[in-house]
Design a protein around this ligand. Structure first.
Ligand code: FES
Length: 109
């Protein structure tokens, strides 16, 4: 079962932007896109830039601030090669708190 952790207050992440938070031993980028929050790994797999500092476009893709690789902010898909993904996280709002949890991987058969 996922364990949600409060990372920020509603309203602290401006519309169309992201912010970076620590979740256990991970850095997580949380985005506000059209009033909906989503979260993916913060570290760009290319050279480690912070995706939370990237620009989010109208389609919900964030561009890495260093070399403009683009990722879907909902599921972590790399736009240039959709077979590759970085981790995505569950996000919920409880009261005025934004909470994030690691998506549990399903056990292998
Ligand atoms: S570090 Fe992100 S595209 Fe290069």
């Amino acid at each position: 079962m996922s364990e949600f952790v409060t990372v920020a207050k509603v309203g602290s992440i401006p519309e169309g932007e992201g912010a970076t938070f620590t979740l256990g031993d991970r850095l997580v980028a949380v985005f506000n896109h059209n009033g909906k929050y989503s979260a993916i790994d913060d570290l760009c797999p290319h050279m480690g830039a912070s995706l939370g500092a990237g620009q989010v476009d109208d389609e919900g893709k964030v561009s890495c601030p260093w070399h403009a690789w683009r990722f879907d902010i909902c599921d972590g898909t790399w736009c240039d090669n959709p077979t590759l993904k970085i981790d995505a996280y569950e996000v919920r709002v409880v009261g005025d708190e934004i909470q994030v949890a690691k998506i549990e991987s399903k056990p292998q058969d």
